[in-house]
Design a protein around this ligand. Structure first.
Ligand SMILES: NC(=O)c1ccc[n+]([C@@H]2O[C@H](COP(=O)([O-])OP(=O)(O)OC[C@H]3O[C@@H](n4cnc5c(N)ncnc54)[C@H](OP(=O)(O)O)[C@@H]3O)[C@@H](O)[C@H]2O)c1
Length: 302
């Protein structure tokens, strides 16, 4: 089977699980108010780690905090940030750093899928901003603390959707091309992967690992912000074939908690099965340009 199609077989394989515990460790997770992130937060809390949930909706965040603290003996904090606004990401990072806690795990999970082109207030295409730029900035701002907490693990909830491609460095904002929801999603997830490979190199021998994963095809709220027709398609045609987000929670837990992953870095997993990403996402030359552009767009470098 060609590499590009192995994701189909991998998705059907029996996934790995772990019973390892992570009591007393600290985990930051973004987008934990729904779907994959919520399932992961619950599984991580079951494993014993305290949580900091970075959420855009404080009411939803408080509800998750209450629910998780009721079910598990862990402490849950919430920090508010809408990832369509990088100032909010900066404030969230500052708030987290002020807490002076270790960061043993960072799970970058928040994401969206838009069928129509939307821009942030700063004029950047929304999916690229929320999925890639915000997670890039958050990770970079927390990186020193993560390094101080070594051994630590960074995990990105990426997607097989990176295979849709769509990354054009001359047209990140889709001004020149007809907007495609699948391709803009593919572009953002590709950019995310490319910066992960760069970070992997920078983190060599630091005790901090960084990996990406596809959480499975699971029924969540993603895409439900789109129009009536798309929502209908998703609810009635797609959902019956999708799994429950608990499988994603188990896979994320395996990747951050199992001792088997202690020294594994710079890899992509289809849930828990290591897989080769699409060739375009492995282009390091373009990846270095993506790194530069991401540093500029997030104000990390002028
Ligand atoms: N579902 C799948 O089959 C699938 C497949 C491959 C990859 N993924 C990836 O899994 C991750 C989680 O998605 P999901 O399927 O669980 O979707 P979901 O149920 O819609 O959850 C997305 C999470 O991201 C948050 N979020 C969305 N926009 C945000 C913003 N502007 N600022 C901050 N947070 C924001 C949401 O907050 P609210 O609760 O406030 O909306 C929610 O907590 C995404 O990265 C997605 O690309 C999912």
């Amino acid at each position: 089977m060609p590499d590009e199609l192995k994701f189909i077989a991998n998705g059907r394989k029996t996934q790995k699980r772990t019973t390892a515990r992570i009591d007393g460790r600290n985990c930051i997770i973004t987008g934990a108010t729904s779907g994959v992130g919520l399932a992961a937060a619950k599984r991580i809390a079951k494993g014993g780690a305290d949580l900091i949930l970075v959420c855009r909706n404080p009411e939803k965040g408080s509800k998750v905090k209450e629910e998780v603290e009721k079910e598990h003996r862990v402490k849950v904090d919430t920090v508010t940030a809408d990832f369509s606004d990088l100032d909010q990401v900066r404030r969230a990072a500052a708030t987290i750093l002020e807490k002076n806690t270790r960061i043993d795990f960072l799970v970058n999970n928040a994401g969206i899928h838009n069928t129509t082109r939307q821009l942030t207030d700063t004029g950047i295409e929304m999916v690229f901003h929320v999925v890639h730029l915000a997670s890039f900035l958050l990770t970079r701002l927390l990186l020193n603390r993560i390094l101080e907490s070594s051994p630590a693990r960074i995990l990105y909830v990426n997607s097989e959707g990176h295979r849709f491609g769509g990354l054009d460095l001359d047209d990140l904002d889709w001004k020149k091309r007809r907007y495609s929801g699948f391709k803009s999603y593919g572009a953002a997830k590709t950019a995310q992967l490319m910066t992960i490979w760069e970070l992997t190199e920078q983190l060599t021998n630091s005790g901090v690992t960084i990996n990406a994963m596809h959480p499975g095809g699971v029924a969540t709220n993603i895409g439900m912000n789109n129009g009536f027709l798309y929502r209908g398609y998703q609810r009635y045609l797609l959902f019956p074939f999708l799994s429950k987000p608990e499988i994603s929670g188990e896979a994320i837990y395996y990747l951050i908690a199992t001792p088997e992953m202690a020294n594994v870095s710079g890899k992509f997993f289809n849930q828990t099965i290591e897989e080769k990403p699409a060739a375009h996402a492995l282009n390091r030359e373009i990846g270095k340009k993506v790194w530069e552009i991401s540093e500029q767009l997030t104000g990390l470098k002028n």
